[in-house]
Design a protein around this ligand. Sequence first.
Ligand code: PGA
Length: 258
Amino acid sequence: MNRKYRRPLIAGNWKMNKTPSETREFVTGFKAMLPKLRRCDIALCVPAVCIPAAVKGARDSRIAIGAQTCSAFASGAYTGEISAAMLKDAGCKYVILGHSERRAMGETDKNIHAKLLTALDSGLTPILCCGESPEQRELGVTEPWITMQLRAALAGIPPEKLRTVVVAYEPIWAIGTGQTATPDQAESVCAHIRAVLRKQYGAKTARAVVILYGGSMNGNNAAQLLAQPDIDGGLIGGASLDPQKLLCIVEAASCEAE
Ligand code: PGA
């Protein structure tokens, strides 16, 4: 990570885990464990029904709360959907968009682009996920694939808005598998992401964008991954469900930011 231009972010992605009561318990415990020094930003992206409990529990702490998706529409007859404006009003700061698990459920680049626009309009910080499948890595098409995903999601986004977007590189083969990308593999794609942004937006804007790595990050491998120049933090699934494990990653990011 480059502390001169960017602040590290450790974001938990709870996926479909924990009830509101469990959320309350987790946030209370985690808050008490956190080091006082604010060397990195911390977010918990929780299931929608857990947002009120998480926001309440995280009050007066450095923990920001996020959602895991939002509707592509501002309001209307979309049964079951939750708008970006609702999430913002409920106290969210972040929203994960385009996670591979949602793409696997049918979310397209076009949907993700529409969601990104509404998230930005509502003042949320999108955490835009991209990443290749094992087959794509095998075929050697990782970079063009990521370029395509970024271009599709970010089409028409002006530079001042791009600065508020967080990009998460999550190779599908590393998510929940324990098969973490090596620091070199992760850095090479994160540097590519920054190069794509640089080409489109110029060096000054590209160097301000926070890029996360996600995929089996844990307390043992976080320090090495976070030491890479273009990896500014992590999107953490499994390890974010245990306060002690998440704390280890926060500590690795905080040391790295000394
Ligand atoms: P993992 O999940 O840390 O459990 O691999 C990461 C993610 O899906 O965001």
